[in-house]
Design a protein around this ligand. Sequence first.
Ligand code: FAD
Length: 268
Amino acid sequence: MARGEEIWAQGWSEPEAGSDLANVRGRAERDEERGGWRLSGQKTWSSRATYGHWLFGLFRTDPDSSRHRGLTYFLVPLDAEGVTVRGIAQLDGEPGFAEVFLDEVFVPDAQVLGGVGQGWTVAMSTTGSERGLTLRSPGRFMAAADRLVDLARAAAPGEALRQDVARAWMEADAYRLYTFHTLTRLESGEAIGPESSVNKVFWSELDLRLHETALRILGPDGELPGNGWTDGFLFALAGPIYGGTNEIQRNIIAERVLGLPREPKGGQ
Ligand SMILES: Cc1cc2nc3c(=O)[nH]c(=O)nc-3n(C[C@H](O)[C@H](O)[C@H](O)COP(=O)(O)OP(=O)(O)OC[C@H]3O[C@@H](n4cnc5c(N)ncnc54)[C@H](O)[C@@H]3O)c2cc1C
């Protein structure tokens, strides 16, 4: 995995389970004879599944359960019998993600991660690490911020845009330093908690602002292909959606970081 030779895709979202992930309908039926499970269902928006080797995701192992109980975290080879992967084109036309259909796919017990029925706990650990640390490397934003500074030097834009360039660079550096802070906390035995949602909102909005600033400096040239910024801008548009939408992150921040009251069911 570290060498990038083995690519893993994430199989969380389903057609009826995006923001409401606990609504997972993919199911796993016990196969006692072969010592494993048979998985059926559909995952969607699965990044890298088009060319990936493995998928991890949640399936319901207890048919009588509901919401986040009775779910199990499975590791599934994408070339297993019964798996069909159908690429979905992104805004730039690349099939960056895919629908994954599973039809009675056999998965042995050894490919259950974290125990039967413990899927939600494992998944929350994955999402915390993703939002708080691993999804977007600081190097990516620093490199883009440095390119933005070069662009601004060459184009010599007016004062307001220069302020935005400085802000984008400072935010990228703040993100880099915060990543070190998180690593230091983890090394001293602490865990990533719901504050990872603050981090997710921060880096996704910083990425978007940074690319918007570059396109504003480029002016009409920003609409031409091959300007070095449009692809990044199109991908930045997805940042507030993937990894759990920013609206959902703000709900988590409100309820679990700030301790504000939960929204009543069916309320305003
Ligand atoms: C580039 C990209 C890559 C992705 N990669 C993966 C992947 O690898 N694996 C994977 O499993 N998924 C992936 N996703 C899917 C992503 O996680 C979902 O799109 C996201 O969680 C939202 O779910 P949804 O699309 O079903 O939207 P919905 O849940 O239907 O939400 C629609 C809108 O309603 C808002 N909303 C919903 N509920 C609430 C609420 N309670 N309060 C306030 N607002 C609410 C949302 O914020 C959103 O704006 C990817 C998405 C993108 C764009």
